[in-house]
Design a protein around this ligand. Structure first.
Ligand code: DX5
Ligand code: ZN
Length: 232
């Protein structure tokens, strides 16, 4: 039995996945960047969309996300840090979009937003900021494919992991086990080679890593270090 199987929750057993965030990649050479992480065995491409309102930073929108289609065979994990996401969700529907993740704090009608994502045949995720309690998802958990636990305040790459997020992941994993649900748990912010295995041991299934991957001199080699660690 591989290491991850012995520490996983009782629900559907899935191998942990690595989702490098292109936020820390060279924006002038995105196709090269995704090729590098693909060569290193990454599982998803995490796309951080920021609008300068919900978070104090602006990154890119749907044209950039769509430009990745066909440049990589990896599925896209679209993290929308934007206000009024319903207006934009259709723009991020591509043949390679696996997840669209919205923020609980940005959605007045979260149930409707989740249904909208599902109406395109795409998996729906909801992200929680560090100060948002897990209970905010009590009445929507059944409908979710993924919960993203923010382990930094969203807006920027390269921030320090907020330690209490580890406990939050463990609690969410326990809730998942008790309820018999099997949504994926994703963690985003300050993830690195040192905390990756603890995050997985506490219940995380998808690790987002921006600066820890793209900050390396050899991005493919660093991606491989991560994937070797978490896939076995
Ligand atoms: C933060 C973004 C993250 C960010 C993570 O708002 O949602 O995806 O890129 O970057 P690191 O891994 O550098 O903390
Ligand atoms: Zn993100």
């Amino acid at each position: 039995m591989s290491a991850w199987k012995s520490i996983k929750h009782k629900g559907e057993q899935q191998m942990p996945r690595l989702a490098p965030s292109i936020l820390s990649a060279d924006f002038s050479a995105l196709a090269d960047s995704v090729a590098k992480i693909e060569a290193g065995g990454a599982d998803l491409v995490h796309c951080d969309v920021m609008d300068g309102h919900f978070v104090p930073n602006i990154t890119f929108g749907a044209p950039i996300v769509k430009s990745l289609v066909g440049k990589t065979s990896l599925p896209l994990d679209v993290h929308l840090m934007i206000e009024r996401p319903d207006e934009r969700i259709p723009d991020f529907v591509t043949p390679q979009t696996e997840f669209i993740v919205v923020h609980q704090e940005a959605c007045v009608h979260l149930h409707r937003t989740v249904q909208l994502i599902h109406s395109f045949g795409i998996k729906a995720g909801v992200a929680l900021n560090p100060a948002t309690p897990l209970g905010a998802l009590d009445y929507i958990l059944d409908d979710l494919d993924l919960v993203l636990i923010m382990s930094v305040n969203p807006g920027f790459g390269g921030q320090k992991f907020i330690p209490v997020a580890m406990e939050k992941i463990a609690q969410l994993s326990e809730m998942r086990e008790e309820s018999g649900l099997n949504f994926a748990i994703e963690v985003d912010g300050g993830v690195n080679l040192d905390n990756a295995m603890s995050l997985i041991a506490n219940g995380a299934d998808i690790l987002v890593a921006g600066s820890a991957v793209f900050g390396a001199e050899d991005v493919t080699a660093r991606t491989r270090e991560f994937t070797k660690l978490i896939h076995f």
